[in-house]
Ligand binder design. Structure first.
Ligand code: HEC
Length: 130
């Protein structure tokens, strides 16, 4: 193997491992959420702003994820991307929570069920309001 081929392989390998270690939710955050949560558009809680995120993290993963997914005040449902699944959205919320001191994981089946239940409850509650 000549040396330029060897360095090509090294570059390919390091790129691959970088992708593998990207945190879940990071890509969705960058593609969908950063537009507002990066700079705090409309008072969106900024990435890494611990003071803003602490009370949100305290709501718990299922509640906060569900409320944001349905939409709350300036926060558009699904972050404004109708194709975003609950799973993809949950990872993006966890990514932001963790950047502000949280320790949330990709939701397991039980947490996902709790998120979906809260989404339904929230929708029902919202629909009842005048
Ligand atoms: C168009 C701008 C915008 C985009 C895009 C956006 N958000 Fe938000 N988000 C907001 C604003 C504004 C708030 C603050 C709402 C309030 O409290 O008035 C917010 C609040 C939140 C909250 C806290 C909800 C609560 O209960 O107070 C979470 C969690 C959240 N966003 C997650 C996300 C995720 C995840 C994405 C990407 C998938 C995203 N947002 C994309 C504007 C946005």
């Amino acid at each position: 193997m000549n040396s330029s081929l060897r360095s090509l392989i090294l570059i390919a390998a390091s790129t691959a491992s970088f992708t593998a270690f990207a945190e879940p939710g990071e890509n969705t955050y960058k593609q969908v959420c950063a537009a507002c949560h990066g700079s705090g558009v409309l008072n969106a809680p900024k990435l890494g702003d611990k003071a803003k995120w602490a009370p949100l993290i305290a709501e718990g993963q299922a509640t906060l994820t569900a409320h944001a997914y349905v939409g709350v005040r300036g926060m558009p449902a699904k972050g404004g991307n109708p194709n975003l699944t609950v799973e993809g959205f949950s990872d993006a919320v966890a990514y932001m929570a963790n950047k502000a001191g949280g320790n949330w994981k990709t939701p397991d089946a039980k947490t996902l069920a709790a998120i979906n239940k809260e989404i339904e409850a929230r929708k029902a509650g919202l629909n009842k309001k005048p």
